[in-house]
Design a protein around this ligand. Sequence first.
Ligand code: GMT
Length: 375
Amino acid sequence: MKIAIVCYPTFGGSGVVATELGIALANRGHEIHFITYRQPVRLELLSNKIYFHEVHVPEYPLFHYQPYELALSSKLVDTIKLFGIELLHVHYAIPHAYAGYMAQKMLEEEGIYIPMVTTLHGTDITLVGKHPFYRPAVNFSINKSDVVTSVSHNLKQSTLEWFDIKKEIAVVPNFIDKNKYSTHFTDCQRSLMASEDERIITHISNFRKVKRIPDVIQIFFKIQKEIPAKLIMVGEGPEKEGAERLCEELGISNKVIFLGNSNEIDRILCFSDLFLLPSQTESFGLAALEAMINRVAIISSNTGGIPEVNRHGITGYLSDVGNVAEMAENALKILRTDETLEEFKSNAAKAAMDFDILKVLPLYEAIYEKALEAR
Ligand code: GMT
């Protein structure tokens, strides 16, 4: 199949899923065309099966806001025609599903019919999409998609609650490619980060408010009072500066390492013992799944789709949002002895295999085939 994928090219989970999906589909022989404003961060190699088409938005002083949707839908029309693309898969409803629908309509004028699959990722529904300013457009473009998928049962439920959806929503969970993580980092460079007796705790995100970064710091503050430990913070975002200040105030700056954005998540996770994800909401929690496949136990909130990934008492523990005291206690339960830690680590890696790419990819392929037949 010739498939166009539209996504955000940044470090966010939806962009990562879209990129990994495209690469995996290309490995199975499909021709993949990424169409977005920058080359996706996890897309390193282009080939005769993987193309990248950049959307340019010319600056014009008349425009207070540059019209990205317009440029994207025009680019979709041109690229779909030029390469004979058969199917469009957009990740994140805003504005991708909206622009995709416009492209479909323009192509129809020329007798070209191309189905659109829309994958909902979370914040496009739970935070941004349901805002009254966007709701009608999001509602419209979801209903106009040929197929709608959601990355968790919880997100499907939220979408049905907040929008007036007339379409069936298929749940296709996020996935993990074990081969990408089969640990070839034997010494894991653990010694660069911590001493032998210290546990390594990690948090990876885009440092937005929804991630509850101060909770991450407070949980760690309680942990390090009881056992030797280091905290590694990976990512960039608006809450980072405040987090650095909080570490200083709490007197733990020497135990917290802020690494910034990284393309080498697996190198970092390979020496991590515990992953903290105390988010306010999380449609799935891809970062937790990536930690799990790297044998890292999870302490998380019990919100959104996280309980579909992290299993209480098995791969880690879940607590109510904001309950940092319980999260720290549970973390200590896992971290105190090598035996318990090892058990949680190995459970996490096993459970992550439920989301093996080999199980999930055929679900998308079946959806594509059905969408093509229906057009
Ligand atoms: O977590 C973010 O803020 C980024 C966001 C995105 O759209 O890139 O992530 C969402 O999609 C991921 C991939 O499906 C999910 O794993 C995240 O849980 C979801 N984030 C939220 O729901 C907050």
